[in-house]
Design a protein around this ligand. Structure first.
Ligand code: ZN
Length: 154
């Protein structure tokens, strides 16, 4: 698939990358007349956030259509063909913080929490397309994106 990739400070390009193994969304990125980046992407573009790696897929908020649903997703909440908006934060929906609707504090979505704790003093939830210290998740500026805990965020 095609995806917008971070290739280094002030360098982002459209690259051909492997498709995600569990396809959840087809984004509408390539139907847009131009790429749209959020202000938060400028932190990455300018090299201000550590733990980006060459080839990381950009895009921390996106929308699209559900094309495949993985095991463990509540099929009452999400169905193939649903059109959804996916937020920046990745939340499990089950931990103490998620139960309080404090999604950005989710205890279960950042597998690299120890890096974030070391660098920032605490770890927020995992985030799409926003450094490896915040999970290393591929972003949504691509033809397909994999969305963990897909019955919570979209
Ligand atoms: Zn949680």
């Amino acid at each position: 698939m095609k995806a917008v990739c971070w290739m280094g400070t002030e360098k982002m390009t459209v690259e051909t990358v492997p498709d995600p193994t569990i396809l959840i969304l087809v984004t509408q990125l390539f139907a847009l007349p131009a790429l749209v980046f959020a202000v938060s992407d400028l932190h990455l573009y300018n090299g201000l956030m550590p733990t980006m790696e060459q080839g990381d897929i950009m895009g921390h908020e996106f929308m699209g259509e559900v094309v495949e649903i993985g095991a463990g997703v509540d099929r009452e909440k999400l169905k193939v063909g649903d059109r959804v908006v996916v937020p920046f934060t990745i939340a499990c929906g089950r931990c103490f913080f998620c139960q309080q609707q404090l999604w950005s504090c989710c205890d279960n979505s950042n597998p690299n929490y120890w890096i974030a704790e070391k660098m920032m003093g605490y770890s927020p939830s995992g985030l799409f397309g926003y450094t490896h210290m915040l999970g290393g998740y591929a972003g949504g500026q691509a033809q397909y994106a994999r969305v963990p805990f897909a019955d919570v965020g979209p």
